[in-house]
Design a protein around this ligand. Structure first.
Ligand SMILES: [Zn+2]
Length: 341
């Protein structure tokens, strides 16, 4: 059966007589009464199978069909990559430009040929010097405020599009809910926590964040709201009761070995010491309060919300012993003042 391409090929020599530049899509479709889209596809198929050639004349994007080996005259050829008709240079380079030449070579090259060309480039980019260079260039770029601003703008604009955000959220959800991946991730995390260095890094980072007044205030608000909520609050209370009952059951009637007791006490001491070290002590908070002038214990209590009076007394006592604070008798009251040094 004769295909459209066969028909076009048959008509091509005649068309060349009336159209010396080559046969355009409409020339062919007018002649053989075929839809332009089909003709265009058949032209491309003829070119790919090397039964005819496509050509493009300078200054236009229109493609023409010419017979294979068509003589364009005056050392002219059609570029095999972009089909542009160009004049051969003295070296008879097969393509119209260097970029067409390299793209044409790449398209024709076998995987081995491609690998042979990319391997040295990749190897070179992995040397320490090349890595240092790339890193320096990337860092310099990332530090440029203009680049930063542009990137931020682009990211914000991307996220502002609800379609983008939804697509990404769905992708993340899909990946995160994959059971195989979840199990692998869980195992990896469990292993990480066995590593003392990893553990220390995360715990100390969390402790540092948890010690900031902003975090403590925010967490306090959140927890208050959760415990006050009729549903979540009751759930938490029930869970706590259950946990306590379970813990009590676990140790009831069992005497802890001296080793267990020692371990428990030591762990508690260590935690308390670390928590204390990362949080401003009552002494630390008394100092700025007294910097403005002598205060009584009641006034200090008001200035240090959340601290017990006993704790304040104890801190003042220690500070007095250390010579940082002095007590001033004022009739029946006692005021405390910083010792000027
Ligand atoms: Zn070209």
């Amino acid at each position: 059966m004769k295909t459209l391409a066969d028909e076009i090929l048959e008509a091509l020599p005649g068309l060349m007589d009336s159209h010396p530049k080559g046969a355009a899509v409409e020339d062919i479709s007018n002649l053989i009464y075929a839809p332009a889209a089909h003709v265009r596809a058949a032209m491309l198929a003829l070119h790919t199978s090397a039964r005819a050639s496509l050509a493009r004349w300078p200054g236009s994007k229109r493609r023409y069909l010419v017979p294979v080996g068509h003589d364009f005259g005056q050392r002219r050829r059609a570029c095999p990559h972009c089909h542009l008709v160009f004049t051969l240079n003295p070296n008879d380079a097969p393509c119209c430009s260097k970029s067409c030449g390299s793209q044409h070579w790449w398209n024709k090259a076998s995987p081995e040929e491609r690998a042979a060309r990319t391997a040295p480039v990749i190897a070179n980019s992995r040397t320490p010097e090349a890595r240092a260079k790339t890193s320096a260039r990337t860092k310099a770029r990332a530090a440029d405020p203009a680049v930063k601003a542009a990137l931020s703008e682009r990211t914000k604009a991307w996220w502002a599009n609800p379609a983008n955000a939804a697509v990404l959220a769905a992708k993340i959800q899909k990946v995160a809910s994959d059971p195989v991946r979840r199990r692998a991730m869980s195992e990896r995390r469990k292993k990480d926590w066995q590593d003392p260095a990893f553990r220390e890094k995360l715990v100390s980072a969390h402790r540092a964040v948890a010690a900031t007044p902003e975090y403590r205030a925010r967490r306090s608000e959140t927890l208050k709201a959760v415990w006050a909520h009729p549903v979540t609050g009751e759930t938490m209370r029930a869970a706590t009761r259950k946990n306590i009952a379970r813990a009590v059951d676990a140790v009831r009637g069992k005497k802890q070995t001296p080793e267990q007791v020692r371990k428990r006490v030591e762990a508690a001491r260590r935690t308390r010491a670390l928590n204390r070290a990362s949080r401003p002590t009552v002494q630390d908070r008394i100092l700025p309060a007294l910097a403005c002038g002598p205060l009584g214990v009641r006034e200090l209590e008001a200035a240090l919300p959340g601290s017990y009076r006993q704790t304040i007394y104890a801190a003042l006592h220690e500070m007095k012993l250390a010579g940082a604070v002095q007590a001033i008798r004022d009739g029946r009251n006692v005021r405390y003042a910083l010792v000027q040094r």
